[in-house]
Design a protein around this ligand. Structure first.
Ligand SMILES: NC(=O)c1ccc[n+]([C@@H]2O[C@H](COP(=O)([O-])OP(=O)(O)OC[C@H]3O[C@@H](n4cnc5c(N)ncnc54)[C@H](OP(=O)(O)O)[C@@H]3O)[C@@H](O)[C@H]2O)c1
Length: 236
């Protein structure tokens, strides 16, 4: 057990998702008192049942709800934002409304949480960005821009909110429900192609990212940075 986390109050926003759920489970295992927040539904319920986190409904796009959530509670030791609903595509191909909604979700949702979050001195806020910020893809330009914006937000907020520490963890391709809308055969082929290209010889698992989030949240000397966990995708 990570003794730094014993009894600590942790909030994971997006706890019903692949990375959020693994993070909630790891923080519970490490002794944290974890609240798993997200949109209502079977994914959030299942995450609470399997991770041991207490489930709370919170839509991070609802600014008033986010502000009320924090004003009604004691400060948290650690806040993790792993929620997002984004559409992918080229700049020319993606409908402008979908592009705006993607930024609204992943960037502004995290911004709402970070702006309202009450966090104890020396505690942490962690965003989940993504490798496209520094290894762009012509078919997912906006994703890279959103991730870069989140990473810049983490760096700036680390100064504004000090001694609260603020960081981002940037995953490579991770096998989570994010990819469930792809036909099974296409998804399997994409994972196989990626695994072949990566020095790590596999795609990521949600637990790989959860470990990095635990690291940045609990290491008192880590702030204003982005930790990339991409199986070597950046150098391959
Ligand atoms: N998986 C990858 O390959 C990968 C790679 C790079 C970066 N990332 C980033 O990692 C983060 C987590 O991704 P993931 O793979 O875990 O995706 P996921 O399994 O799709 O989880 C995303 C979660 O965000 C929640 N969410 C969406 N909109 C919300 C809202 N308005 N309020 C509250 N919760 C909301 C979803 O809730 P519902 O259950 O209601 O849909 C879902 O539980 C995302 O930012 C993603 O872009 C993922």
């Amino acid at each position: 057990m990570n003794s730094d986390l014993a009894g600590k109050r942790v909030l994971v926003v997006g706890a019903g998702g692949g990375i959020g759920r693994a993070t909630a489970a790891l923080f519970v295992q490490a002794g944290g008192r974890v609240t798993g927040a997200g949109r209502p539904g079977p994914k959030l319920d299942a995450a609470a049942a399997t991770s041991g986190a207490e489930a709370t409904v919170l839509d991070f796009l609802d600014r008033a709800a986010v502000e009320a959530f924090f004003s009604e509670r004691e400060p948290f030791d650690h806040v993790v934002v792993a929620a997002a609903a984004t559409r992918s595509g080229s700049v020319g191909g993606l409908a402008l409304d979908d592009a705006r909604a993607s930024m609204e979700s992943k960037f502004w949702g995290a911004y709402h949480v970070a702006r309202a979050a009450k966090v104890v001195s020396g505690g942490s806020i962690t965003f989940v960005s993504g490798f496209l910020s520094h290894r762009p893809s012509g078919g997912a330009v906006l994703q890279g821009a959103i991730n870069a914006a989140l990473e810049a937000l983490a760096r700036g907020l680390a100064l504004e909110r000090a001694p609260v520490r603020v960081n981002a963890v940037s995953p490579g391709l991770i096998d989570t429900p994010l990819w469930d809308s792809m036909p099974d055969a296409d998804r399997a082929a994409m994972f196989a192609r990626t695994a072949e290209r990566l020095p790590a010889h596999r795609v990521g698992r949600p637990e790989d990212i959860a470990q990095a989030i635990l690291f940045v949240a609990t290491n008192p000397f880590v702030t204003g940075t982005t930790v990339t966990v991409d199986g070597g995708g950046t150098i391959a």
